[in-house]
Design a protein around this ligand. Structure first.
Ligand code: FBP
Length: 348
């Protein structure tokens, strides 16, 4: 979509309009505004506002066993501080072992990955912040155990050459760009649509020998190009940063895969359902794309635990459908990932 002329709606104005839709809209607008404020601060840290060497300081491991660096912790803290001005019933973060419960009268639950792809920081590559907002369930202990279809807002910030803020409030996807002169996000791409059939894939191909047959078959078909059954050449990308990959797909199309594989600990892939796959699937669907495990729509899945992982395939709808066909009865029968085989938990 063409970049709109300058001068335009600020994120604050946009959220103010949403806040007028009622008490839930007001709560969502307040929470998104708080997260966006934190993202501006995190952007400064990622750009070197903190000492450059700080990305090298390892503090420990988070709930999922990933190494935590101090910028992960700082990003988490900045989001918590910003959300203190909003009313939140429950909060989940990649950096916290368990969900936390706050104001029982609040209408909202918020889940965040404060600094996705932080391993890329030392390499001066793009990182980001991902968030998902759901209505507080009657029994708040069930927060973060609900399907992704219940999300009422989701988004991510991308700290790249520009700082972008991608947002859906359940009615399309809009992209804001940080104007560094006055530290304000301005609407620069409205109602983004993912092209349905772009011949480009993103996957960490070094894991090919560990993939299940359906994923291998799809990628082999892509690599065969015009000489194979797809009868078209494919391009490949792998940044190793989910936020950067999804941003590219929103603007340019193509498909991203982080599938289950046979390495220890990767039986459900790498990415986390609550604060990575659910919000990205919501955003991608809102932009006309699709998100699947290969067997099931990602948004239909309800997590058992807050840090649960899930295979993630998302992007241009035609490509995702094609990959789902590879997981169909004939090819899927030989898959060796028990959770995702024919009678598997995630197969619907
Ligand atoms: P973290 O949650 O540990 O930051 O990992 C997520 C991520 O960095 C994604 O952004 C990216 O898509 C993926 O891991 C890359 O994984 P790999 O290094 O296995 O290719």
């Amino acid at each position: 979509m063409a970049r709109q002329s300058l001068g335009l709606t600020t994120l604050g104005e946009y959220l103010e309009r949403h806040s007028e839709t009622g008490p839930l809209g007001f709560s969502v607008a307040t929470a998104v505004d708080a997260i966006a404020t934190a993202c501006i601060e995190i952007s400064g840290l990622a750009r070197g506002g903190a000492p450059v060497t700080s990305a090298d300081i390892i503090l420990g491991t988070n709930a999922d066993g990933d190494v935590q660096k101090d910028l992960d912790i700082s990003a988490d803290w900045l989001i918590r501080r910003a959300l203190a001005s909003a009313s939140i019933a429950a909060f989940a973060s990649e950096e916290a072992a368990k969900p936390e419960f706050y104001d029982p009268a609040s209408l909202l639950c918020v889940a965040v990955d404060p600094l996705d792809g932080s391993a890329n920081l030392d390499l001066n590559m793009s990182v980001g912040t991902i968030f998902s907002i759901t209505p507080a369930p009657r029994d708040v202990s069930q927060a973060f155990r609900r399907p992704g279809t219940e999300q009422i807002a989701a988004g991510f910030a991308l700290y790249g050459p520009q700082t972008s803020f991608v947002l859906t409030l359940g009615d399309g996807v809009d992209i804001f760009t940080l104007d560094p002169a006055d530290a304000i996000f301005r609407l620069t791409r409205a109602r983004v649509r993912i092209p349905a059939d772009v011949s480009e894939f993103a996957i960490n191909a070094s894991n090919r020998r560990y993939w299940d047959p359906p994923v291998r078959a799809f990628i082999d078909e892509c690599l065969a190009g015009v000489e194979g059954p797809a009868d078209q050449d494919f391009n490949m990308r792998w940044i190793g940063s989910l936020v950067a990959e999804i941003y590219r797909i929103l603007l340019h199309g193509g498909v991203f895969l982080y599938p289950a594989d046979n390495r220890d600990g990767y039986g459900n892939g790498r990415l986390r359902l609550v604060y990575e796959a659910h919000p990205m699937a919501f955003i991608v669907e809102q932009a006309g794309g699709a998100a699947s495990t290969g067997y099931a729509r990602v948004l239909d899945l309800a997590p058992d635990t807050v840090h649960q992982r899930v295979p993630l395939i998302l992007g241009s709808s035609e490509q995702v459908r094609r990959i789902e066909q590879f997981h169909g009865p004939e090819i899927g029968a030989c898959t060796n990932a028990p959770l995702f085989a024919h009678r598997g938990f995630f197969r619907v």
